[in-house]
Every structure is written in C-alpha cells, then in structure tokens.
Design a protein around this ligand. Structure first.
Ligand code: NAD
Length: 368
C-alpha cells in the first residue's frame, strides 16, 4: 500500500514557523504510530512571488491536484501590499481553492476546557463545545449574476444575486452529512426559507438528500437569524451546521469567536471525492501571516497543528489518531502551557512557538 501524501505550503510570515511544529508532529506519527505520510513542500504567496514572480506556479498547482491533502500556513504581509492585484499573495490561495473546486468550507468551533475563560460567553455555555460549521464556498450571492452598481434614474443601485443550483446545494449537503457520521450524527441546515426562494430550494434539496442517502443522520432546519441567536444562547445544541456562502461567512466567524484566540482555529476546505473516495482537501489555520510577531518565535502553532488533525480525520481516515493529537493539545493547555496570545489579562510567562510544539510532542509521548 502506498503512504498517504501531503503537500505542505508554509507561505509567509508566521506560516513557516508554525509549520515547523507541524513537521515535528508528522514525524512523531511516522516514528511512534507507524503512520508515515509522504510529505512534499512548496512555495505559495509572497514566498513564491519572491522566487518565481507568481504567488503560485503551475507546477505547485499540479502537485496540489495530485496529493491526498494540502496543508497551508498563511500568506501575505506588508512587503507585498503594493503588488499588482494579479500577483498578490492571496491570489495563490484563491487559485488553489478555485482550481481544486473546494466548495465545502469547514470551520470547527471547539472549546478546550482550559481556555473556556477566554470566551466572551459564560464558561458553562462554552466549556467542552465542539461544533462544525459547513459553509458553501464557491457559489451563492458572492458569485451570482447579475451583479454590479448601475445607474437607475438619478441614483445608483447596488446589485448582487443569490443563486444556487440543486447540484450545488446537494453536494455541500452530502459533505455535511458525511461529516456528521464521523461526529455526533446531527445536521442543522440554516437558510431563510421564510423570505428567500433560494432558501426554499435549499431546504427542499437538503431534505431530499437526507431522505435518499442519509436517513440515519438526524436533520433539523433553522432560519439563519434564529440560528445566530441559538449559537450565542446555547451552542452545544449543535453538531454540524450546514449553510450557504453568505450566512456561513457570518455564522462561522461568530462561532469561532465563541472559543477565544485566533491562534487556536483550524479550517478545512473540501471538494469532490477523489478516486480513493476521500474528498480533495486543503487544510489551513484561520489566522493570517501575523507580520507583527513574525520571526520572533511568538506564534501559537496550535491552529496549524489542529488543521493537521483535521487532515488526519478527513483525508487519512485516522480519526483515533486525530483524537490523540487533540487530547495532547488539551493536556498541554490544562498543564498551563501558553503562547503569548493565550495569556489573559492577569499575564504570565509565555512559551515560544517551538516550546509549544515540544510540549505537544511530550504529551503525545505520554499518550502511548
Ligand atoms: P492575522 O491573522 O495575521 O493577525 C491578526 C492578529 O492576531 C495579529 O495581532 C497577530 O499577531 C495575531 N495572531 C494571528 N495568528 C496568531 C498566532 N498563530 N499566534 C499568535 N498570534 C496570532 O491578520 P491580519 O493582521 O489582518 O493580516 C496579516 C496578513 O495576513 C495580511 O497580509 C493578510 O492579508 C494576511 N491574511 C492571510 C490569511 C491566510 O493566509 N489565510 C488570512 C488572513 C489574513
């Protein structure tokens, strides 16, 4: 059997620093769990622009299409702010998402007990929280036509169009149901079927896919505005939430902040199933390249390590090893390990990026 493959694209700013800690984790799984992943590394964003004059070369794009999963650090930074739009670092990221057709964006909101005080909500509302927002990423109002600003009479009119085909809704719904089967087996679909035809179609298609293919998964529906309220009131009622591009943008940001620091948030973008039955996939921390702390050993590597945990679960079918890695992170946090971003108002002594990586490796060792 061939080993699973991974393309690592560290990118810019703190990207390479946090990725170095993921490398330690990957090596640990190879050495201690007999889980060898064939890793290749490439350039993206400003790093690729500096070397090749483009934020993503065709060769790296081809490589990304050929591997089981891509793990990206972060792109961008002030050095590249004045570049032409066509070669800005973000274009590399957008090209990967577009050409791999990654239509399903997964944003978990997971609250580690040791950080529950960080949330703006009461501790008992968020402690132990583990929900997943699945956002449709390649269609909807951000892409629909007609769009633009036109003149009408003597004033301007701004136009955007919410447009979804049945197949676009069905494929993201399948993605949510598949995920639910690997988690708490519950999906809540959110739209505004009370005021939008696209919402009526969304609800119909999600229901049809559920009845035909996933009757074993519990499905509920909620209007997205009520969903936003419920997310703040009692988020633990949810397991997987599936929603469109616009509502998902808002709901996933709100849900993420239930859990505290940007340095803790992973994400995945999934596409159609490949020949091996697993989805095309790119994993990345939610945070950016953090130029204010880059090169200083201050970055929290946990968001990127948790992104790798998602790859273990969703691309390599190694759910138990993903659980092991998440438990190791929970352990080091419970023991009080904190990078600077995790220190509360009372302060404390931060540890460095590599010390956090080493602590997680120590907890992995202790898990054996
Ligand atoms: P940012 O996420 O880079 O940083 C926001 C704040 O959070 C900063 O104070 C930073 O120090 C802190 N922070 C972020 N990640 C952290 C970590 N792992 N550990 C500790 N602290 C962390 O967002 P920004 O400042 O708005 O953007 C900086 C650059 O990153 C810009 O060029 C932007 O375009 C780019 N960006 C890239 C991505 C991506 O690659 N996916 C996402 C967002 C922003």
């Amino acid at each position: 059997m061939t080993n699973p493959s991974l393309l690592i694209l560290p990118g810019d700013g703190i990207g390479p620093e946090v990725m170095a800690e993921v490398r330690k984790v990957i090596d640990w799984f190879g050495a201690k769990r007999d889980l060898t992943i064939d890793v290749q590394e490439g350039l993206v964003g400003g790093a690729s622009y500096d070397a090749h004059g483009t934020p993503l070369t065709d060769e790296t794009m081809e490589l990304a299409q050929s591997v089981d999963a891509v793990l990206l650090g972060a792109v961008g930074g002030p050095k590249y702010d004045n570049l032409d739009f066509s070669v800005k670092p973000e274009r590399g990221l957008l090209r990967l998402r577009k050409e791999m057709d990654l239509y399903s964006n997964l944003r978990p909101a997971q609250c580690f007990d040791a950080l529950a005080d960080f949330s703006s909500l009461k501790k008992d509302v968020v402690a132990g929280l583990d929900i997943m927002i699945v956002r449709e990423l390649t269609s909807g109002i951000y892409f629909g036509e007609p769009r633009g600003i036109i003149e009408e009479g003597n004033e301007r009119v701004g136009i955007n169009t919410q447009r979804y085909t049945e197949s676009e809704i069905a494929r993201v719904a399948r993605s949510a149901f598949e995920l639910a089967r690997k988690r708490g087996n519950k999906v809540c679909s959110m739209e505004k079927a009370n005021v939008m035809e696209s919402g009526i179609l969304w609800r119909d298609v999600v229901t049809e896919v559920h009845q035909a293919e996933y009757p074993d998964v519990e499905l509920s529906h909620m209007y997205a505005d009520a969903g936003a309220m419920q997310l703040c009131r009692w988020p633990k009622q949810f397991d997987v939430i599936v929603t469109d591009n616009l509502f998902g943008d808002l709901l996933s940001d709100a849900a993420a902040m239930l859990t505290g620091s940007l340095g803790m948030l992973p994400s995945a973008s999934l596409g159609a199933p490949m020949a091996n039955g697993r989805p095309k996939a790119m994993y990345e921390p939610v945070h950016g390249s953090a130029p204010d702390i880059a090169g200083q050993g201050k970055a929290n590597p946990i968001a990127c390590i948790l992104s790798f945990a998602m790859a273990l679960r969703y691309s390599y079918d190694q759910g138990a090893e993903a659980d092991r890695l998440e438990a190791a992170i929970e352990t080091v946090l419970a023991q009080g390990a904190r990078t600077g971003d995790l220190l509360g108002p009372e302060g404390g002594t931060p540890i460095s990026t590599s010390e956090m990586g080493d602590a997680i490796i120590g907890a992995l060792d202790a898990s054996l």
